[in-house]
Design a protein. Sequence first.
Length: 280
Amino acid sequence: MKLRKVTAASAAVLALALSATACGSDDKDSGSGSNGGGDKIKVGIKYDQPGLGLKEPDGSFSGFDVDVATYVAKELGYEANQIEFVETKSADRENALARGDVKFIVATYSINDERKQKVDFAGPYLLAHQDLLVKADSKIAAGGDLNGKNLCSVQGSTSAQNVRDKIAPKANLREQGGYSECIAALQSGAVDAVTTDDSILAGFAAQDKYKGQFKLVGEHLSNENYGIGVKKGDKATVDKINAALEKMVEDKSWQKAVDENFGPANYKNEQAPKIGVVVK
């Protein structure tokens, strides 16, 4: 008799445990659309671009691309703690997708015909332009004012040459190894302006240590349609990401992310681009 009571009690405990487990599973599925089971998704981003994709000293990540990636991943069924951000440098983005290192890439990845031969793109999710960053009290109000002034860009970049070809043929080029060095040179007065995509410039200017020190001039020297890279042929994922991007715009999360990451630099963003429309 005593044995039967113990067995019955054990059965009751087991049944209760199974019931709780089932309820927990149902709640997770219905609440997040998650793949469940602790599955993770690997997403490629930049680690060194403030305002876009930056790995913070505490190991967390911040920036507009990070916000977009997190929103998209959630729409695909993954919570924030199921996302593994992987650093994908510009030169390795296509290979990372081809190898399957990441599911998708959100890393200032401009859509162009050459890249579309190797990867598929969702989006675009941001239309950026090449611009100039100057000190907040600078008298440089247009690109032509750079003639005879010092202009900084990164070694190997075509941005500085674009400035000299289009608006300031007599600008003096000063090349640095990275944009951080260019920003430091601008702060010290060693150069009068820095040039690259306005989103990248705004991201640097929005950092706490630089807030209020710089401003964007407002030149539109190129159109950079940022897309989300996906492995070639994975149309199903492209379609899901496009749906997520449309929802992000509709519920105002997109504009909120723009304001929070770029706002301090007086960044005048374009409206959210239409899916599949690449501005030449």
